[in-house]
Design a protein around this ligand. Sequence first.
Ligand code: ADP
Ligand code: MG
Length: 411
Amino acid sequence: MIPDPLPTLSRVFGFPAFRGVQEDVVARVLAGERTLGVMPTGAGKSLCYQLPSVMLEGTCVVVSPLIALMHDQLRAAEAVGIRAATLTSADQNRAESIARFRAGELDLLYIAPERASTGHFRELLASAPLSLFAIDEAHCVSEWGHDFRPDYRLLAPLMDAFPDVPRLALTATADAHTRSDILQQLGIPQDGLIVSGFDRPNIRYAISPKANTTKQIADVIAATPGPGIVYAQTRAATEKLAEALGRSGRPTRAYHAGLDPHIRQKNQADFVASEDMVICATVAFGMGIDKPDVRFVAHAGLPKSIEAYYQETGRAGRDGDPAVAHLFWGAEDFARARQRIGEVEPDRQAGERTRLAALGALVETAGCRRRILLKHFGEDRHEDCGNCDNCLGSPDAVDATETARKFLSAV
Ligand code: ADP
Ligand code: MG
């Protein structure tokens, strides 16, 4: 008999119901079955292991790629009374966390993937009661994914040493190829795959060639009240844009890893609290930030991949109200991307080239953007969406196609 998770959902998390496929994922986890959940950003992936971690005996070991992200998760878990700890090089209280872990006093233990390689860590796991392995951002295990991290390859051998502990892999962004690779790499059966719908119908997609990018983004800002994120490709660009766009009168800040930590944190906190702020950021911004009322995301240049585009635009409109995602791209973006591909290891170049071509097809199309986007994630749509620039008859559409074709022919 699998225990009913609903009472815990409401008592611990304060939610009256599961969202989407959360229920199916949690049911499999509680039944001890290996599972891969593919759910868009904001769908509530964390709950899929946090809830079982409270219900099951022992500790759920969570693998997460970024220390900053882990600490956000830790705070959120502790805020609802979950007994959690992180085990990273940045933690001063490691000895205490290890003692709590061994004593079975933790629901969650967050670790970075590189821990997995040490024999020492394997011994530690063997000395504590385990309930579950949760692998967040699981696409990092696949070379087909958009963010391959070699350390993720160490996780399968580690988990294999504990064959009775169930496994839950989670990712927001994986195309069909990447999904089957994740299943194989992490030893999860085909029928353990649970995919939720990817459509974000309240987000209006628009994609235009760059002309005067600052002016184009200023127009998006002027037309869109409410908080917004402008993604730029370099730290210098975020600062320059913040300065130029701030002249419109909307409060505008920059955010990137090179800022003084106090300023960076303040800019982030002010943005989260604000109802009209524009933040000009590198793509690191947004991970782990829970701000439901972002009304627009503008890209001042080509994102890294369709997965990255989907993830970054997905930070808009999490409250379900209308939101806009406007991407501005130029020939030089494709040139730079091609150059970058030339620099990666030879056996990864084909995959990277396929990824760039997919992005090219998205910017090139004169048809429905959403159909292309959803098709990329394995969802076939027969109807046009009526809520993207092409469906709405943007005057840019024809030009964009011409320009894109010229530069894509060389991809
Ligand atoms: P993801 O990792 O999939 O991007 P998160 O786990 O960060 O998403 O969750 C996004 C937000 O959704 C969080 O604020 C979380 O509290 C909320 N959430 C998760 N599950 C539910 C639910 N069943 N009902 C209401 N809100 C939920
Ligand atoms: Mg998450």
